[in-house]
Design a protein around this ligand. Sequence first.
Ligand SMILES: Cc1cc2nc3c(=O)[nH]c(=O)nc-3n(C[C@H](O)[C@H](O)[C@H](O)COP(=O)(O)OP(=O)(O)OC[C@H]3O[C@@H](n4cnc5c(N)ncnc54)[C@H](O)[C@@H]3O)c2cc1C
Length: 373
Amino acid sequence: MASEGRNKVVVIGGGVAGSYVAKKLESHGSVTLIDPKEYFEIPWASLRGMVEPSFAERSLIQHEDCLTASRLIVSNAINITNTEVLLSDGRLVPYNYLIIATGHHDPVPKTRAERLVQYQAENEKIKAAQSILIVGGGPTGVELAGEIAVDFPRKKITLVHNGYRLLEFMGPKASKKALDWLKSKHVDVKLEQTVSLENVSEGSKVYTTSAGETIEADCHFLCTGKPLASSLLKGNFLKDSLDDHGRLIVDENLRVKGHKNIFAIGDITNLKFLTNSMECEWQEIKQGYFAKKQASVAAKNLQLLLAGGNESKMSTYKPSSTTVIVSLGRHDAVAQVHRLTTVIWLIPGLIKSKDLFVGKTRKELDLDSHIIH
Ligand SMILES: Cc1cc2nc3c(=O)[nH]c(=O)nc-3n(C[C@H](O)[C@H](O)[C@H](O)COP(=O)(O)OP(=O)(O)OC[C@H]3O[C@@H](n4cnc5c(N)ncnc54)[C@H](O)[C@@H]3O)c2cc1C
């Protein structure tokens, strides 16, 4: 490892972006990763863990198993100055270079063992229920409905979504394919409705939708998306680098607007690109695929800066679109290729749905794709 000196790199967030960038940098500087949990979780495998808890054994990876030369601090960052990060336990962590990769706020247990117990409990909840309500028809709600419908075909599943179509981040053809597939599995999909969960007590089985319909369900899962983890950026010198949604504005080198030694990567960034016709600007889709690409570019740039290189030689990141795959149970999936609605079942199903890229992700982190630590 390079000597400390001016080379203290602090990464906030141990999700896809933060774990990948720390891995790529740990042999080039003194890297500290701050994350409230002791493990990295592969997010796109999380719903399979609910129907098959043992699946989570490979998708929950202790940070220390893949980050062998980094310092790990298990804590929440609550504020940032231009030289230090303040933690919720009062500690201050100094940095020369900072990488913000806080993604979405998703409070999960601190230890891997506790998270495995949580998967077990969710699985028991599914197994004990005859009828299940899923609230939210984005990728999480659709993928969860798919997982349950395939593994537990006798359960009565109702999915309620406030939009007029499922998977609004994809095109209408993909929405229709997903709807048709769910209907073929007897999932009752209610669009343009909401469900108030406020007056539903634990054990109550009756839910009322905004259209006045009642749904009987033994349990429910809320899949309405998570807020961005940007609260620590709002009350300090970084507030002017945030857009209206709380995303960090970055330049082409992935440095936060106005700050030469602070980078941001992953879902927390505001990365946009112009359509081919140059008529409108699109937000780059929030995908682990892009988080990893951004981690590579930020790591290259930091390696250059840590080695005393000229910043004019830094690599640039070009936001783009990509193939998006939403899995539908263990064999099928709906895919959209580069915003053109090419939708196919079997091939995307083969690519994603069987192993959910868990073996591939483990290999990328230099771990055995099968053996669990
Ligand atoms: C069900 C589902 C399926 C998906 N399927 C795919 C797919 O097939 N392909 C694909 O490419 N992408 C997929 N995605 C999207 C992908 O998971 C995200 O784009 C990716 O996780 C973003 O990575 P990130 O590191 O930016 O953020 P996150 O993964 O959200 O990680 C953020 C990390 O920051 C930590 N953190 C937050 N706040 C703080 C703080 N204050 N202090 C310290 N640490 C903090 C969190 O604990 C977390 O570890 C899927 C997502 C979900 C939920």
